[in-house]
Design a protein around this ligand. Structure first.
Ligand SMILES: Cc1ncc(COP(=O)(O)O)c(C=O)c1O
Length: 379
């Protein structure tokens, strides 16, 4: 079955009791048993919920995995994946990643004895040099947030397999429409479903998808034991969101290309970060592992001051100044003070994240209107 069809049909079946075509929101905390231990497969809603089941099955199908495991947010999903590890284990992570991921690694899990090494991975061979006998996981984001670096998933997976460590890929920026890391050899895919999967800026949600039974059972155990589960209404919203992922992503990609090229030709704009440019350092890898380049773009101005960046950030009207990304409406953000404020400044600068960097999540409005909005704000 092709992806467009899977997005609409996978995981869902008409409700057996009513025929409702949309999976109902099973807003219940528990299920009545006909006798002790006799039930219909549902005992308590932290452990199982039919709305969540439908979503988990749909997510597994669209990432070409076997199991989906849902959580109350993308960071709760990350938290569960890290709980697969033990004190003393080492994780090699990309040095350009979402600020909240950096924070949970360095401020939460480091306290419990996990050790993190952050390295550039644009040349994936770099990973191998950092592997030690204690390394248990490689963690990558690609495209990265916010510098849109591209990491070769297949090359990272080969290194992971050779050294018997797990490869986890945060696929939030690409979404399953543009990239399927499990097909490229990754063991674990993580999503902030708050973003493209939900797609309408109305839900916070996270997911892990795997293709290995043992790993899936460990993650279900963690999901039930630590309890960071999403509510049924949130599962319903993500389930509804993914039904239009393909048509939304097509427009995000088209608009992304228009805006990236507009910015690149603007006399006041300095660097534009977007993997669709043929001279992006890893454009060929992006072309090979992705089906399009998406609608996330970052840029800096030639006048590299915070004041000029602030002027742009405060003067757009269609691009709303807000954290988050991946919704139908366009957003503009300032990573240094917003999404990546939890990374120490010297660390950010060292990794190329300038104070004046502006990040766009290009929505699915008419591209001409978005260009006009940026034209007025940049001047
Ligand atoms: C790439 C990436 N991963 C994970 C997260 C965390 O997701 P959530 O906000 O749903 O916890 C985010 C949030 O912005 C993100 O951009």
């Amino acid at each position: 079955m092709k992806l467009g069809t899977k997005l609409i049909h996978a995981g869902v079946a008409p409700d057996p009791s009513t025929g409702a075509i949309m999976t109902p929101i099973f807003q219940t905390s528990t299920y009545v048993q006909s006798a002790p231990g006799q039930h219909k497969g549902y005992e308590y809603a932290r452990t199982q919920n039919p709305t969540r089941d439908a979503l988990q099955n749909a997510l597994a199908a669209i990432e070409n995995g076997t199991h989906g495991i849902c959580f109350g947010s993308g960071l709760a999903a990350t938290d569960a994946v890290l709980k697969l590890l033990n004190p003393g284990d080492e994780i090699i992570a990309t040095n350009d990643l979402y600020g909240g991921t950096y924070r949970i690694f360095t401020k939460v899990f480091a306290k419990y004895g996990l050790n993190f090494t952050f390295i550039p991975m644009q040349d994936a061979r770099n990973i191998e040099a950092h592997i030690t006998p204690k390394t248990k996981m490689i963690w990558i984001e690609t495209p990265t947030n916010p510098l849109l670096n591209i990491i070769d998933i297949q090359a990272a997976a080969q290194i992971a397999r050779k050294n018997e460590v797990l490869l986890a890929v945060d696929n939030t920026f690409a979404s399953p429409y543009l990239q399927n890391p499990l097909d490229l050899g990754a063991d674990i895919v993580v999503h902030s479903a708050t973003k493209y999967l939900g797609g309408h800026s109305d839900v916070v949600h996270g997911a892990v998808i795997v293709k290995n039974e043992a790993l899936a059972q460990q993650l279900y155990f963690i999901q039930n034991s630590t309890g960071g589960v999403p509510g049924p209404q949130d599962c319903f919203l993500v389930l509804r969101g993914i039904k239009t992922l393909h048509v939304r992503m097509q427009r995000h990609c088209e608009n992304g290309a228009v805006i990236a090229n507009y910015l690149r030709n603007h006399p006041k704009v300095d660097k534009v970060y977007w993997a669709g440019f043929p001279d992006h350092p890893n454009h060929d890898i992006a072309k090979a592992q992705m089906r399009g380049f998406g609608g996330m773009i970052s840029f800096t101005l030639k006048d590299d001051s915070l004041e000029s960046a602030n002027r742009v950030l405060s003067n757009t009207h269609l691009f709303s100044l807000a954290e988050s990304l991946g919704g139908v409406e366009s957003l503009i953000g300032h990573p240094a003070t917003m999404t990546h404020a939890s990374i120490p400044r010297e660390e950010r600068i060292k990794n190329g994240l300038a104070d004046s960097l502006i990040r766009l999540s290009v929505g699915i409005e008419d591209a001409d209107d978005l260009v006009e909005d940026l034209k007025k704000a940049i001047g």
